[in-house]
Design a protein around this ligand. Structure first.
Ligand code: 9MG
Length: 288
């Protein structure tokens, strides 16, 4: 490899959020689902030991943030009780925080789970319901944790039935503006927020590709943008690929998202995504 390329640093930047478009600050969020019905790992990591091993492997592969989810949000998913979600998520959070120096995000929409996660050292809350559930704004306002606000039309159980928008980009932008306003009114500083257009959440195939193509438009709000596309139906349905055959499609989408200004990418395949980012960095060195 050429010397200029080998100079590229691959170590993580520990600031969890960054608003600037800077390839060196793109962060990789690794997905660790601890749900029995996780759609793309078939529940493989629902057991504590497997999940911990998966975390260790992701760290070795250069992950920046581990995102732990105890509630499935796949289309048609059913609700999980607070107790079940706490039981799945909190022991893993504690174990990760006691063993590794890594940022951990908790994927939850429940105020009780957010509160416990904050108590046990979570660095970020990833809420697909954008803090709209009862008590969430208040719990977050009492902490200094970062939050990802995701856009979703409808609810997981029925969101893919007939999603409709006037103008999908404008509609999502308006949603973000409203949620940022609510956060600020509740005492949550804007600098703590990350925005996510929610690929696959109440969106047709065409909607998803329009959002990907126009992702840079969300940078206008001055907040980091997170893109979660890995192994989703928007890859599988376009390419006619089962979930275990979506790596090439997912990586291509990751590259496009980063070129469109995504600051955080949420992925299953950490090593391959870090490789893709390093190729982008190598190319960027020679851009005039
Ligand atoms: C939990 N979860 C599933 N898909 C997601 C996505 O695209 N973004 C975020 N923030 N969370 C997601």
């Amino acid at each position: 490899m050429m010397s200029k390329t080998t100079e590229i640093k691959t170590t993580s930047n520990k600031n969890i959020i960054s608003t600037q478009y800077d390839l060196n600050k793109v962060q990789v969020m690794g997905i660790v689902n601890v749900t029995p019905d996780s759609f793309s790992d078939g529940g493989q990591f629902s057991c504590f030991d497997s999940a911990l091993k998966q975390v260790e492997k992701m760290i070795g592969n250069g992950v920046d943030i581990i995102d732990i989810g105890g509630e499935s949000t796949r289309p048609g998913a059913v609700d999980v009780s607070v107790q079940d979600e706490l039981f799945r998520v909190i022991p893993l959070l504690k174990a990760i925080k006691s063993r590794f120096d890594i940022n951990v995000s908790i994927d939850t929409s429940k105020a009780e789970v957010m509160g416990e996660a904050i108590t046990y050292g979570a660095d970020m809350i990833n809420d697909v319901r954008a803090l709209q559930n009862q008590g969430c704004l208040e719990v977050i306002a009492q902490s200094d944790i970062d939050v990802c606000l995701m856009h979703m039309q409808g609810m997981p159980r029925s969101m893919q039935e007939n999603p409709q928008y006037n103008d999908i980009i404008d509609d999502i932008l308006e949603f973000f503006r409203q949620r940022i306003y609510c956060c600020e009114q509740s005492g949550i500083n804007k600098e703590r927020l990350v925005l996510d257009p929610g690929f696959g959440f109440g969106k047709t195939l065409a909607h998803n590709y329009e959002v990907l193509a126009q992702l840079s438009q969300f940078n206008v709000l001055g907040l980091p943008v997170l893109a979660g596309i890995s192994r989703k139906s928007m890859i599988g349905n376009l390419l006619n690929r089962e979930v275990d055959k979506r790596l090439a499609g997912s990586l291509t989408a990751v590259i496009v998202a980063i070129q469109q200004g995504a600051n955080i990418i949420r992925v299953h395949d950490v090593q391959e995504s870090v490789d893709a980012i390093n190729i982008l960095k190598a190319v960027a060195q020679y851009k005039t």
